[in-house]
Design a protein around this ligand. Structure first.
Ligand SMILES: [Zn+2]
Length: 438
């Protein structure tokens, strides 16, 4: 392997990198990191008055009817976690949802896309759910309200909305029940002891158990999205944290978007896998290990700094044999979840980031390991990047590693992260990712 092709530290400290999986060319230039971390996330903090239960935005627990109907919720009561699917609307307030799964009111890939391009039909179970929901007065009111809200957001006046024929109005609602763009919403808006509106509850504020449930609930949704539409070839799973990362709500949530293709980046990676089944060890884990970029691991996952990303990026890989999240055992999911949680906890809640999941596509015969990228949205690519296709990343990989390590040690001392080996404690055996095994 010609590693200098991908990772080259020049005498002046410039780190030239090419991402082995995407071909992205990136430089980290010393002295470019001008802004302190987390200082540029929008307007200045404003004092908040604490409300219990919370009611700060449409994702908050007192405002269950401001999102589309609930496909599922996860509740913690009497010491156990219960999943409640397609709850009747008049029962929403009987329990407190630790996590809720709802359709996205503004779909990226719409239900109409599937209907018109594939003659997709919403499953009979979901149609029955829709009919039952609309037959319930609370449900009817809920749907009517959010149809009006959605139309208003799309620029229609009240008068125009009232003139819409019922059939047209309610065809919009089908997407709430049968669409493939979903949200997983966490309960909390602000963290404990919050004083300002920027003291938001992030992934790292969860307990390990909560974060595992968040992951597992998301994975169950992912599996269900696949089951509900046989034309789906991939489901994009991501979390945008804070506005610079594209979040339209400050309230923690993940998104799932069903797709009829893999996207060019996964296409390329599958082609690489066809030539070399071990490519994610060779250019991922082994490569990171050789360059001392691995900074944390547990028995089921490892975390290292990625190279050739336009934003400072941490990569967390599952070590497990299965290539899809829903094929992992609970123990294996917990391992990945713990490490992703540790990274979020170490980052704190002020760094805007995207969490992106990658895994073996539904219809791929070449296996890719499940991995999660956490991209710090602390820089904005500008004209230089546009003109040269060379991206400037404000942090060198080693610098990002050295930012994480002391924070992880501190969290472990505080008992906030579990069974994580940090920095030099990492064993990183060769080929630590086992996905390549049959
Ligand atoms: Zn909220």
């Amino acid at each position: 392997m010609l590693s200098t092709m991908y990772y080259n530290v020049m005498p002046d400290g410039t780190v030239k990198q090419v991402n082995p999986f995407t071909g992205n060319e990136v430089w980290a230039v010393p002295g470019r990191k001008s802004k302190p971390l987390g200082s540029d996330n929008g307007p200045a903090p404003k004092k908040v008055e604490l409300h219990d239960p919370e009611d700060y935005c449409s994702f908050c627990p007192t405002r269950y009817f401001e999102t589309p109907p609930e496909k599922s919720r996860l509740v913690f009561r009497d010491g156990r976690w219960d999943r409640m699917d397609i709850l009747e609307p008049d029962k929403y307030s009987e329990t407190v949802a630790a996590f809720r799964r709802v359709g996205n009111m503004f779909e990226i890939v719409t239900l109409d896309y599937w209907r018109k391009n594939y003659a997709y039909k919403v499953t009979p179970q979901r149609l029955k759910w829709r009919d039952d929901y609309l037959a319930n007065p609370a449900g009817f009111k809920h749907i009517n309200d959010i149809i009006k809200y959605k139309a208003g957001q799309e620029g229609k006046t009240d008068e125009q909305i009232d003139k819409l024929p019922m059939t047209e109005r309610f065809s919009v609602a089908d997407a709430f029940f049968g669409g493939g763009h979903e949200l997983i919403i966490a309960r909390r808006h602000l963290r404990t002891g919050a004083q300002n509106d920027t003291d938001l509850f992030s992934s790292g504020d969860m307990t390990l158990e909560e974060h595992f449930r968040y992951f597992k609930f998301t994975i169950e949704a992912l599996y269900d999205v696949v089951q509900a539409n046989r034309y789906v070839r991939y489901v994009s799973v991501f979390q945008n944290w804070l506005r610079p990362a594209g979040a339209s709500f400050d309230h923690l949530h993940k998104q799932l978007v069903a797709l009829d293709e893999w996207g060019s980046s996964i296409d390329t990676q599958i082609r690489m896998l066809r030539d070399d089944r071990n490519v994610f060890n060779e250019f991922g884990a082994n490569f990171a290990s050789h360059h001392n970029l691995v900074f944390a691991e547990n028995d089921h996952a490892l975390a290292f700094v990625g190279i050739g990303h336009r934003y400072p990026t941490i990569e967390i890989y599952s070590r497990s044999q299965p290539g899809r999240p829903y094929e992992h055992t609970d123990e294996e999911i917990r391992g990945v979840s713990n490490l992703v949680h540790a990274v979020h906890a170490a980052m704190g809640n002020q760094i805007s980031c995207n969490e992106e999941w990658y895994y073996t596509p539904i219809d791929a015969v070449y296996k890719m390991p499940w991995h999660v990228l956490i991209k710090w949205r602390i820089n904005v690519p500008a004209g230089f990047e546009g003109g040269t296709s060379i991206f400037i990343n404000p942090m060198a990989p080693i610098e990002l590693r050295d930012t994480m390590v002391p924070r992880l040690y501190a969290l472990r001392d505080e008992g906030k992260i579990d069974r994580v080996r940090i920095a030099e404690e990492c064993r990183v055996d060769p080929n630590p990712l086992k996905y390549y095994l049959k």
